[in-house]
Design a protein around this ligand. Sequence first.
Ligand code: DGL
Length: 279
Amino acid sequence: MPDKYQPIGVFDSGYGGLTVFRELIDQLPQYDYIYLGDNARNPYGTRSFEVVYEYTWQAVNHLFERGCRLVVLACNTASAKALRNIQQIDLPRTSYPDRRVLGVIRPSVEMIPGLTKTGHVGVLGTRGTVLSESYPMEIAKISPDSPLTVVQEACPMWVPIVENNAIESPGAALFIEENLKNLFAKDPLIDTIILGCTHYPLLLDIINRFLPPGVVLLSQGHVVATKLEDYLFRHPEIEMQCSKSGRRDYLTTESAGNFDQLAKIFLGEEVRSQHVKLG
Ligand code: DGL
């Protein structure tokens, strides 16, 4: 156990990553964590590859400067558009070659072959995640011998609904119903849906209202926490560097007051965040 404070960093463009954070602190409570939400620049889902990469790298650097040895991108858009460059180009070239950054797409995809019976899988995500084709590509890699059919639907209104706390509004249900109808119109044989955006579990009650019976929803929090536990077990050299006093810190690029109010609703406990500037 290190003497220094070396928390696990958890990053998202806004509040959505709290759905992953919740599971991390439930399943792995012994570690110290810092959550960073880039709420001021959210949503990322409609931004270009270059911009998402730039913002994500700034966030990761900020978390490194605060002592994180390991950062989880609890954001599909950042995982789709920035993770590979960060892992393959930035980390080896910078002064942080021994730090690690993990994403949420691969761990989610690994669950899919065990869930689908029809072999038809739906992916709901931001426009950025859908256009990146990350899910179809990763799914093709894990099941080369029995290819799965993957159909995607971008849901650009869902993140703003969450960020603006409009979950209970009648408009929210309209958008969700329409996107689900579109998805099943593309492929009625879908029996498994990946919620490929960490904001979407916050809309679960409404999503469930419009799902055909028997369809399985994969939301990422639990999966990511389980895979992180496994990763730390397989990488004791990283695990040993993570400090363990159960401390949680919260950072936001927006107003700390706003963050505390909404984060409390989404996380189910009091949060006292600090405002930070990135870049
Ligand atoms: N939670 C992010 C994700 O998983 C939301 C992206 C956004 O900011 O649009 O993709």
